[in-house]
Ligand binder design. Sequence first.
Ligand code: ADE
Length: 242
Amino acid sequence: MSFRASFITLYPEAFPGPLGVSILDRAREDGLWSLDLVELRDFGLGKHRQVDEKPAGGGAGLVLRPDVAAAAIDSLPKDNRPIIYPSPRGVPFSQEIAQNWTSGEGIVFFCGRFEGLDERVIEARNMIEVSLGDYVLAGGEVAAMAMLEATLRLMPGVAGNHASVEDESFSGGLLEYPQYTLPRLWEGRETPSVLTSGDHKRVDEWRNQQSKALTKARRPDLWAAFPHGPELRASETDDEHD
Ligand code: ADE
């Protein structure tokens, strides 16, 4: 069964964008997923195909009409896919959400613009608001594409090396350790000698220690949530105290 991604948007020309290159493009050609676009403008009202109106109660900007939004949503076949509304008000997107979405039939993304979307259609169509982070984008397209990209690359057969998907930042609750390659000496900077020692146990220990130090320094929130079991504590190196 192929994963189906639908985007409802006023800007179909924004797609496929980065979803049309590299491993995601190959995966789409291989039939692992498909993309389709619904143009919100097609459901607009009157000669000008209007999709928005002034906010009730006054204020700046324009709000997308619920009848127009619902008509676009209802033009898609009824299925079990979640309808995601990317919005800074949403629950924070995460690797865990991406992981959950990979096992589903697909996703419908409703890409908003303007000041927002009438609240009634969010409720009536059970839309789930999801945020990419604590900042405001001009619209939902980039956020929707980022969420889909994070989801698709976790599907078996999409990323070439599944070990690299499992080993990376967040899967284990820690940030990824630093990487090095050739040349061993570049602009006076050397690759850490442990990495060229051939001692795999020491390499693993070094990487683990680096991951912990980075997480502690950059992401105290992740570090606080990391399970500090006694067995982990025992394997920690001397320069770490918490
Ligand atoms: N639309 C505008 N800003 C957004 C954000 N931070 N996350 C998701 N969708 C958005």
